[in-house]
Design a protein around this ligand. Sequence first.
Ligand code: ZN
Length: 229
Amino acid sequence: MAAAIGATIPGVHRLAAAEPQGGSFKSGPARLGPDEAQRELMDGNARFAAGRPNSPRRSPADFRQVAEGQYPFAAILSCADSRVAPEILFDVGKGDIFVVRVAGNVVSGAGAVVKGSIEYAVAELKVPLIMVLGHTNCGAVKAAIAHLHAKDSLPGAINDLVELIKPAVEQSKGETADPLNSAIRKNVQLGVERLKNLEPILATPVKEGKLKIIGGVYDLHTGKVKLIS
Ligand SMILES: [Zn+2]
């Protein structure tokens, strides 16, 4: 019941974070389940998009409360784009979400740094929800479309990054009349699939229903996150 209370009164479940974690991480009391965590995120996005954010848990007292331990209720893998700040667009506060940001929100081929960060959030921080978050008008996906057949056409490591997004461009060809939005969606879907099947840490709790991995696309114009299947 405590988790349900936390879902309706923002911050209640985070009060548990005031308790020191001791020698090892543990699942804190009053944790949200996967569906409750998703509702918390989407409710926050609805407040943000409506221009009525609560801007919760951002005072010095809130910082101190989570200084000794963190119990985020979701992990977000989002694009590094300056307009896509997860804490703001989901209207959450300190200690609420564990955020990994990389241009193009790439998973496959992104290596141990990205995957290891997500695995850490699940194995150690016990997050019940992961969201891969793309966004409209994504420059990284645009570059993958523009340079689809031109290898080594971008300077430095940008080319390597863009290469990771090209499978999404290829696989989404012809899906809709809007190649950019199709590729953005497919890129998120591929990321979700990759994480769902990621052994040995993520795949098992996903099968057991303890961990939910979802995809979303943030609309830069409306401020709304649309979940994608
Ligand atoms: Zn982007």
